[in-house]
Unconditional design. Sequence first.
Length: 97
Amino acid sequence: KVTEIIYQAINEINEELDQALKLEKSTNTVLMGSNGKLDSLGIVHLLVIIEQNIEDELDKIITLADERAMSQKRSPFLTIETLVDYIVMLLREKNDE
């Protein structure tokens, strides 16, 4: 379900991007870094859409871009796969509360 929510957000982002910058819906898609297609504003925009979609579809409120995410050795925003893993971890923590 989390991957599906991310892909929905990518669809929204892709509507605003030039063809050459469109994101592929694959867990291997690089979001940030030297091979990433999004700049810092693009990442923030994507994360905001994902947070809203999670709230709408899963009735959970999470914050993706916080100190915890930024302080990790390996960014959870590097690829779609790392983002899915990070979101699943946050949702599990929410369920344990």
